[in-house]
Ligand binder design. Structure first.
Ligand SMILES: *Cc1c(COP(=O)(O)O)cnc(C)c1O
Length: 424
């Protein structure tokens, strides 16, 4: 295979999101021409983009109420507040997640208690039991990070047994389910994100969903509804909200009408997009699985996922070798994110970077998994050939690094034995 051709490069920019559907652009223009960008208005509630979207989103997930806010982080913060988290309270959280998750706990002035993850990147149910007992926490903020779904039966059993309220972080878990039940319907509430790299893109945005009328009422008031809560369509109604209104501060976390205008047509397209995302994910994952040095975390056969990125573990390489793999892949146009990096980069972060969260003990198991874990974003624009090329670049990079190490060791051994041979 003597060829002087350089190996093919990936030319696709993996940071490129999908275009906003034309209907969303048209509605956004209409709103901008009218100047009515505030979510509340003088028209009837059924004319309001945010109120309509809340109703549609609640129906999509299958929960009674939805409150749209300005970010996923804000939705998690509100979820904790309405679940009754008070300053200083311990809140359990799994160790594989992104910085806005411990951030939401600190925003509520509570104390993160990080729970270990297992080899498939989901919460370790045994450590959950241990930390639930030792911390006395009354809330678990479970992050379905990258759409990897935990053993929800065991999670629920532990929550019930310890009187813990489950709050779900569904930033990567829209269109996913566990044994036929939609993720986002397991907890007392769930938070979603509409940040540009999630399933729905408004640049920024978030949703809190719940079936609990008091939580919904409090979230509406906290989000900053002034006395305009009557303009919500997804609402427990004025009777509930008015009894709360003088007890719940306004945190001004509203979603703008413009965001809702561009999100509504995306929600309608989502099932089709999720299918395409999974085809991309599965094709790359199958290509990665061909390497003996790679392991793709298992997703249970009874989980439906909807992956906007692909994760894999690189087996048996130390930190320097990992850096060499990333460098080789980057040289062929493929940015790989690595959760084991010394410093947090891009969107990757790990509990050892969360100094603000306080001492969490060693979290040995979590760090062992994250030290191997890599992540590649998978925009919908990827073609089949590009999916295959991505897997090939990763495999090649690892093979090259492993081979270089092996040669290095052979040479060392050879020079050791030859120098021994020369000894008198
Ligand atoms: C993006 C994200 C969030 C919410 O993020 P925002 O940027 O605040 O919308 C929450 N959890 C995870 C795991 C995320 O990736």
């Amino acid at each position: 295979m003597a060829s002087d051709l350089p190996p093919p490069r990936l030319t696709r920019d993996l940071t490129q999101p999908e275009a906003i559907p034309e209907a969303g652009i048209a509605r956004a223009l209409e709103l901008m021409r009218s100047g009515r960008l505030f979510r509340y208005g003088e028209m009837g509630a059924d004319q309001l983009d945010v109120s309509r979207l809340e109703e549609e989103f609640a129906a999509f997930v299958g929960r009674r109420y939805c409150v749209a806010v300005n970010s996923g982080g804000a939705a998690m913060f509100l979820a904790l507040k309405v679940a009754g988290v008070a300053p200083g309270d311990p809140v359990l959280v799994n160790g594989f997640t992104l910085a806005p998750v411990p951030g939401a706990i600190l925003h509520a002035a509570a104390k993160p208690v990080v729970v270990e993850i297992g080899r498939d990147c989901v919460i370790d149910p045994d450590d959950l039991v241990r930390k639930a007992s030792s911390s006395g926490a009354k809330v678990l903020l479970l992050s379905h990070m990258r759409g990897h779904i935990a053993d929800m039966d065991r999670v629920l059993e532990t929550c019930t047994g310890h009187g813990i309220a489950l709050v779900e972080d569904c930033a990567h878990a829209l269109c996913t389910s566990y044994r036929g039940r939609t993720i986002g319907t397991f907890g007392v509430s769930a938070a979603f994100s509409a940040q540009a790299y999630k399933h729905l893109n408004a640049g920024e945005g978030g949703f809190l969903v719940t079936d609990d009328p008091v939580m919904a009422g409090r979230a509406i008031l906290h989000s900053g509804s002034y006395m305009l809560h009557g303009q919500h369509l997804s609402t427990p109604g004025p009777d509930v909200i008015e009894t709360l209104s003088e007890h719940v501060p306004n945190f001004s976390m509203r979603m703008s009408a413009l965001s809702a205008a561009i999100l509504r047509p995306q929600l309608a397209e989502l099932p089709r997009r999720a299918e395409r995302w999974n085809r991309i994910h599965d094709r790359i994952a199958a290509g990665l699985a061909r390497s003996q040095h790679l392991r793709v975390p298992e997703r249970g056969g009874d989980h439906a996922y909807s992956a906007t990125s692909v994760q894999f573990c690189v087996l048996g390489l130390d930190a320097d070798a990992m850096e060499a793999v990333l460098e080789r892949a980057q040289a062929r146009g493929l940015p790989i994110k690595w959760f084991g990096a010394e410093r947090q980069a891009g969107f990757t972060s790990a509990p050892r970077h969360w100094r603000y969260a306080g001492d969490q003990g060693p979290l040995t198991q979590t760090h062992r998994v994250l030290a191997q874990l890599c992540d590649i974003r998978t925009p919908l624009s990827l073609t089949d050939a590009e999916c295959d090329l991505i897997a090939e670049i990763v495999r090649d990079a690892i093979e090259a690094v492993v081979a270089a190490r092996r040669d290095g060791r052979h040479r060392q051994k050879a020079s050791r034995s030859s120098s021994q041979g020369r000894e008198p």
